[in-house]
Design a protein around this ligand. Structure first.
Ligand SMILES: Nc1ncnc2c1ncn2[C@@H]1O[C@H](COP(=O)(O)OP(=O)(O)O)[C@@H](O)[C@H]1O
Ligand SMILES: [Mg+2]
Length: 306
């Protein structure tokens, strides 16, 4: 899926979206969540700022929320609806400081939506477009994402679409993993052999090829190691300022026999772990995201001697 385009409410862009479900401005979903400005528009859905009017009436804290609403129309709409409710179901099971909190999911007439905590800040993709952050606090981004992944994996959930557009950097300097829309039940853990996500995925055309692991592109079910591959691609971009395979997919990279070059300032210990994590074979990668992230913590002098 392409990175969503951030748009401002009332932009001329909105008028040019005939293929989208329309929604009246300031509509209150289930007479509770009053929609405000659009934050971003993705392939299947639009994310809005919204106010939880029930919480306002109760004078509770955190009345501002984010609402992700399926507004795709056409033959793949039922798949998109199924995916968003699956996302909510899985996310409600995941309570972690580095995973966006999902409060609710519901339907109001044609509007299927999930309600989340409202994050202020920008995605890593937006940050990378605005400035070079090569070499700056990389463990500060990689370690919390790895923690979030390990938590999801321990509960049998594979993210499946890890990329800079799904990592949010808040103004409070927190790192939050977003968008479990394409998350899979990990077979090894749950024994869930007929996860239909793969079917929806094929139909709605998900996956971001330059971050997807080889086995996913080859049609195999993803595992925790597939998320480790995507994390390694992100870590490589942060270290080297470019994609390990010049933005080519793992499938093309393997066919062309491409080998990533060591980023200049990366020590040998970290490079060993990084190149293993970028392997086309899942068995050769570190099996836990935390194990991968460990290699990028600032090393102590005696480790550097090894
Ligand atoms: N809880 C949130 N708070 C603030 N912005 C969000 C939130 N969730 C998503 N966004 C913004 O909306 C974009 C799209 O959301 P995402 O869940 O990644 O949907 P998609 O499936 O369309 O990629 C994100 O890249 C981010 O900019
Ligand atoms: Mg996304």
């Amino acid at each position: 899926m392409a990175d969503p385009t951030p748009v401002s409410a009332g932009s001329p862009d909105e008028a040019r979206q005939p293929d989208r479900l329309t929604i009246p401005p300031n509509y209150a979903l289930r007479r509770r969540y009053k929609l405000g400005a659009i934050i971003a528009r993705g392939g299947m859905s639009t994310v809005y700022r919204a106010t939880d009017t029930l919480r306002v009436r109760a004078r509770a804290a955190e009345c501002d929320v984010a609402v992700k609403l399926v507004d795709l129309i056409g033959p793949t709409r039922p798949d998109a609806i199924e995916l968003i409710h699956r996302e909510a179901r899985r996310m409600r099971e995941l309570a972690h400081p580095n995973i966006v909190r999902v409060f609710d999911s519901d339907v109001d007439g044609p509007y299927h939506f999930i309600v989340m905590e409202l994050l202020e800040g920008q995605t890593l993709a937006q940050r990378l477009r605005r400035e070079s952050i090569v070499g700056t606090d990389i463990p500060g981004i990689i370690a919390p994402v790895a923690d979030a992944l390990d938590c999801a994996h321990a509960q049998g959930i594979v993210h499946g679409d890890l990329k800079p557009g799904n990592i949010f950097l808040t103004t409070k300097r927190e790192v939050k993993l977003l968008d479990f829309g394409l998350a899979f039940a990990a077979r090894a853990v749950t024994g869930d052999d007929d996860d239909p996500t793969i079917v929806y995925l094929a139909r709605v055309g998900g996956l971001t090829p330059s971050f997807a692991a080889y086995e996913m592109l080859a049609g195999d079910p993803p595992s925790a190691a597939s998320d480790v591959f995507a994390l390694a691609v992100i870590a490589y971009i942060l270290h080297a300022g470019r994609h390990p395979f010049d933005r080519r997919s793992a499938l093309e990279a393997k066919a062309l026999g491409l080998q990533p070059a060591r980023p200049v300032h990366l020590d040998r210990r970290a490079w060993r772990v990084m190149s293993a994590a970028l392997s086309f074979s899942p068995a050769e990668r570190p099996q836990r995201a935390g194990e991968f992230a460990e290699a990028f913590r600032p090393s102590r002098w005696w480790q550097r001697l090894r």
